[in-house]
Design a protein around this ligand. Structure first.
Ligand SMILES: [Zn+2]
Length: 388
């Protein structure tokens, strides 16, 4: 069963799985501030609003706040000024040395330059975030509009998670593990946010939808894009919110809040577990796969994951075939290198059964017809080599 992703695809309608190139996880990677700041009192006008939202979050999440949440309310100017440095650091990497594997696979254009894109934070209507390093919720807003209230619900959920499970204490040392953990954290917050949206009056809901801002703490500047690079980045970055919230709902329906809390203490480690809740509950870990051969100095390497595999397949081949092939994923390893002006990748995929292997091979073979240099071979594992 590919339950969680099928749900996400249904919810989103088309391949454009929801789209939010948001701040990774719940905090900035490169925080613009070096030191903690003195907590400020919540402005009087906000006190009843925050109190009401906290009651909602506590009831919906089934946990109580252990202490006050430190909140900072900023004007648009203050807010943008503070995130500007971070945003530049994070979203404008040296274009030539980023996304080597994605470029080799033709999933993003080689000319992609995030530096020339509209700033995803500023252009995307980011209005708040929770910083788990400084335990601080930062809100841009002078008015508690329905949209700002909904974002507060999401960020307050992160504060509640952090008070109970210390979001910084989880060792997620690979991108795959980090994405799996983020899917739990963001999925949980997105679920509560969705519940809040559902509880709002039709007028308030209409005002949120009317702003073009339906959900997520970072509303995507890419929604509805035809651009392949942006579609890819949207699928990858939207995963923790979209598939993550279905994952959390699934856990909740099977084991209640206790099971969700247990997941925070022992989070999912692969995107496979997020896509297939039963594999998380069974603790089916990824099979260790030997690194395939690189042909020059390795620039990127790691686990590609079922999320990455589906991102390749869903954009190119029949959806049912893509989902079925992804389902057989058991583990992988990839390496990427640059040589002579091209970006190259080699990936090695292990599958659960030999039937799964045949399925994955066929699916990747079909994918390779859309890529001029891709070669797929079926050996002990399924191997992919591609350059662009
Ligand atoms: Zn979040």
């Amino acid at each position: 069963m590919n339950g969680n992703l099928k749900g996400a695809l249904k919810a989103a309608g088309v391949v454009a799985i929801f789209l939010a190139l948001t701040i990774p996880l719940t905090r900035f990677l490169a925080d613009p501030r070096l030191e903690d700041r003195e907590p400020e009192p919540i402005p009087a006008a906000w006190v009843p609003v925050v109190d009401e939202l906290k009651v909602f979050v506590e009831a919906e999440r089934g946990l109580k706040f252990k202490e006050e949440v430190s909140m900072v309310f900023q004007s648009e100017e203050e807010f943008l000024e503070e995130i500007e440095g971070t945003s530049e650091d994070y979203y404008q990497p040296d274009a030539a040395d980023s996304y080597i594997a994605l470029k080799a696979l033709n999933l993003v254009d080689r000319g992609l330059d995030l530096g020339t894109m509209e700033d995803p934070l500023q252009g995307g209507g980011l209005v708040g975030y929770y910083d788990s390093i400084y335990d601080e919720l930062v809100v841009q807003g002078t008015e508690p509009t329905p949209f700002v209230r909904m974002i507060l619900v999401h960020e307050l959920t992160h504060a509640l998670q952090d008070q109970h499970f210390d979001l910084d204490s989880v060792p997620a040392d690979t991108e795959e593990a980090y994405t799996a953990f983020a899917s739990l954290v963001e999925g949980d917050a997105t679920r509560i946010e969705n519940a809040y949206f559902a509880s709002m009056s039709p007028e308030d809901q209409a005002s949120i939808v009317g702003d073009g801002e339906t959900e997520g703490e970072g509303v995507s500047p890419f929604a509805g894009t035809e651009d392949r690079s942006l579609q890819t980045l949207s699928m990858l970055s939207g995963f923790p919110y979209e598939v993550g919230s279905l994952f959390v709902e699934d856990i909740l329906s099977q084991g209640g809040q206790t099971q969700v809390d247990r997941a925070f203490k022992s989070p999912p480690t692969t995107t496979e577990q997020v896509l297939h809740t039963e594999r998380f509950l069974d603790r089916e870990d990824a099979v260790k796969v030997t690194s395939p051969q690189a042909e020059a100095e390795i620039i990127e390497e790691g686990i590609w994951g079922e999320r990455g595999l589906l991102t390749m397949l869903l954009q190119t081949i029949d959806r049912e075939q893509a989902l079925a092939a992804g389902e057989g994923w058991a583990g992988d390893y990839y390496v990427a290198w640059k040589r002579g002006g091209t970006d190259c990748v080699r990936m090695s995929f292990a599958t659960d059964t030999s039937r799964d292997k045949a399925e994955l091979f066929e699916a990747l073979k079909a994918w390779s017809f859309t890529h001029p240099t891709a070669a797929v071979t079926n050996g002990k594992t399924v191997l992919v080599r591609a350059c662009a």
